[in-house]
Design a protein around this ligand. Sequence first.
Ligand code: 4HQ
Length: 224
Amino acid sequence: MKFEIITLFPEMFSAIKNEGIVARAIKKSIISISEWQLRDFSSNKYKNIDDKPYGGGGGMVMQVKPIRDCIVKIKEQTPETKVIYLSPQGQALNQSLVEKLSSFDSLTLLCGRYEGVDERIIENDIDYEVSIGDYVISGGELAAMVLIDSVSRRLPNVLGNEDSLKDSFTDNLLDHPHYTRPETIDGQSVPSVLLSGNQAKIDAWRHEQSNKKTKQKRPDLLIK
Ligand code: 4HQ
């Protein structure tokens, strides 16, 4: 999977490129992450890529031309790439969308700043508009990193020992609780079934716990 990032802050992506599972996926050549500095596509000497909104009001809007030129350049190299704009107006990122996105060979992630991009980009240049949740963050970069992380860990051979098939959401349920040594601490004990050695019984208990936790904490997940 190739990730092409269109951003004003390419350095932010060092957060995932240098540490953890995404870093490991890069080292194994399962994914690549390339940043495209949007200012390089500006047509003026100040490298502006934004302007005032028609209709007035505060803030600035990212202009069509630099973004469109950048996407054209990326598509010269990777014509099949799917272009994603991160925004609160997008479809919610959930595990089923993560699975779908992980089936593509290339994703281009457009990271907005300020008030976002000119609407004509969304109408004409975007394949998917995706939101990481109903709250406002200061730019699309953090949202893009969430998407990259969640998609990367679903690709073959990215996870090693970690048992991703049993994580939350894979069967629309929350994960079961986890315990490690010691057996007792400050009067709190590990549920005895986990020490029983009876794997069938343990699996049944974990499944029951998943159902219980989901009902208690996220009943909305069970409705669908
Ligand atoms: N923003 N999910 C506004 C988000 C966001 C979200 C990114 C803020 C885009 C222009 N992105 N910029 N929530 O809040 O993806």
